[in-house]
Design a protein around this ligand. Structure first.
Ligand SMILES: Nc1ncnc2c1ncn2[C@@H]1O[C@H](COP(=O)(O)OP(=O)(O)OP(=O)(O)O)[C@@H](O)[C@H]1O
Length: 318
């Protein structure tokens, strides 16, 4: 059952649409990812879902409610952690948790949550004195303290060290296992691949793909990369005729073919038929990085580099 329905959502700033005809549904109990390059419109989209921005066109429903017209009711069931949210500089962690608990009719006991997020030793620290990662963890705790039915987390692990990031992923999985629906805006491919049941890829304000992580990878051009150094040159026409080949190239004697599983078998048959031996034969699967780069036109990942092991095989040979 869909708990969030966005239909034809449009939002423009100074006449420039930054979210355009965005439609998607989020099912109860799933972790739904929103992925896209910087400035693609991800935050604006989730702000429209949370009722923090009024769309110029289209409709949003959260558990059947209009987040703008029925703001109070939606606030009770929706937790939001937005990028770089700020609190009063003098408020302590304990005061913030108490305050946010008081907004909700049946809040969670925030102590285990604070402990889980490594904030239990910081309860008397003022907001202004927290590090960036601690502020981030506090904003996650504040989004969860009201026991929301749906939680929106925007860039939840940006600024966290690798251990805190992994702990936070585990927390999010536990939150989902407790029945909460999670909408996750992220730049981290590893995070999206590990956590999300489905992902909407947004580019220039539009949904350009919506699928499971595996579905996005399978749909990437050349989702399987085959490389080898042949013992004798291979005729180009033979390579071009292989099934499902997205591209191929010769890199100083090393042949690199982007294709699918079907291509792998065909390459092996071709080599056997031509009596050519393949040295250093490698077959690698594409990653979500590859799918992302293929789907978005001008990805700018320099501000939010992915994890080192999230590196993909994105080289395209056109
Ligand atoms: N209040 C605003 N007034 C004018 N332009 C805005 C406003 N908020 C966002 N924008 C612009 O809208 C576009 C989409 O911004 P948004 O924050 O939704 O993107 P994003 O995908 O979340 O980006 P990032 O990954 O960098 O956080 C950007 O070009 C941004 O500069």
């Amino acid at each position: 059952m869909a708990v969030i329905e966005a239909n034809g959502v449009r939002k423009a700033y100074a006449g420039r649409p930054v979210v355009d005809s965005v439609s998607f549904t989020v099912d109860e109990g799933e972790i739904f990812g929103i992925l896209g390059p910087n400035g693609a419109g991800k935050t604006t989209t989730v702000e429209c879902v949370a009722g923090l921005r009024v769309p110029d066109a289209g409709t949003v429903r959260v558990a059947g409610l209009d987040p703008v017209a029925e703001r109070d009711r939606v606030t009770r069931l929706l937790g939001v952690q937005l990028q770089e949210s700020e609190l009063q500089p003098k408020i302590t962690v304990r005061e913030a948790l108490d305050l946010y608990s008081a907004f909700h009719p049946s809040p969670a006991d925030w102590r285990p949550l604070a402990e889980r997020l490594g904030l239990d030793t910081k309860l008397d620290t003022r907001f202004a004195r927290l590090s960036g990662g601690q502020k981030q963890r506090l904003s996650i705790a504040l989004a969860l303290v009201g026991r929301p039915r749906v939680v929106i987390l925007d860039e939840l692990t940006t600024g966290l060290d690798p251990r805190a990031r992994r702990d936070t992923w585990q927390l999010i999985e536990d939150v989902r296992d407790g029945g909460v629906t999670v909408v996750l805006v992220t730049h981290f491919m590893e995070e999206a691949q590990r956590l999300c049941d489905r992902i909407a890829v947004i580019d220039k304000g539009r949904v350009v793909a919506l699928d499971t992580p595996a579905g996005l990878v399978a749909g990437a051009d050349g989702s399987t990369v085959i490389s080898f150094t042949p013992s004798a040159p291979l005729p180009e026409a033979e390579l071009a005729a292989l099934p499902e080949v997205a591209s191929y190239e010769d890199r100083d004697g090393q042949v690199v073919i982007n294709g699918t599983d079907e291509t792998v078998n065909a390459v092996i048959s071709l080599l056997a038929r031509l009596r050519v031996t393949a040295h250093r034969l490698r077959v690698a699967e594409a990653t979500l990085d590859d799918a992302f780069l293929g789907l978005t036109e001008h990805p700018d990942l320099t501000e939010h580099p992915g994890p080192a092991d999230g590196r993909g095989l994105a080289e395209r040979t056109a």
